[in-house]
Design a protein around this ligand. Sequence first.
Ligand code: NAD
Length: 245
Amino acid sequence: MLKNKTAVVTGGTRGIGFSIVKTFLDNGANVVVCGSRQETVDKALAQLSAYEGRVMGACPDLCDPQAVGAAFAAAKEKFGGVDILVNNAGVSSRTSLYDYTVEEFGKILDLNVKALFVCAQAAARIMKEQGGGVILNTSSMVSEYGQPSGSAYPTTKFAVNGFTKSLARELAKDQIRVNAVAPGVTATDMVAALPKEMVDRISAGIPLGRVGQPEDVANAFLYLASDQASYVTGTVLKVDGAAMT
Ligand code: NAD
């Protein structure tokens, strides 16, 4: 579904991002795996040795336009362009309003929102020149319901939806489609870090009767990245088993 396409996936070293990377590679794409540290990028690349020649790593500071620009330039140099950006890196939070510091709240906003802007700007510049592309963002089910603590996290995911819908309208004239995927509870490290009672409570309210797997989410990204979704832009696709928590 993605033959001859090149994708940049942030937060691609583990969890949902790693599953997106594998799914895209299995569907013929070249992929740039972005992570926060060289060590984790190298670890991910070691697991992807079967795809040698179609995969490369990068670990730019996602809020630094120069570092991100350099990573995109390297991708373009190696693969001839960038067709798909997946803004997936994100950090969760459980801190109460009373305990948040401005620094902690700001750090979550930086990675979950500011980095999306920086990466989208770098990607769109290349895509516009190429005649089109696809930008995909990872939202969350909390972008609809909020959550009872860690308010910075849902705040950022509401912002992801707004950014997605606005960019879709702004970039349509450049043939750049912009969509988001909103996963429900998905079996990754982020979920493993949540208190068990919370995961159980959430899982009990999922009509499909199970927590999502990273592959469930990756397949939604695959569809939206592909030409199968050529008339789909500005949407937030829920992949949450109809959870309403
Ligand atoms: P994860 O913690 O397993 O992976 C997070 C990824 O983000 C890693 O690859 C990590 O390298 C990267 N990352 C973290 N901090 C970074 C930084 N400062 N700079 C660059 N990269 C950084 O998380 P996950 O569960 O796979 O989550 C991926 C995305 O899915 C996030 O945007 C998250 O909000 C969203 N999401 C997850 C769930 C879930 O249940 N797991 C549900 C809804 C949405």
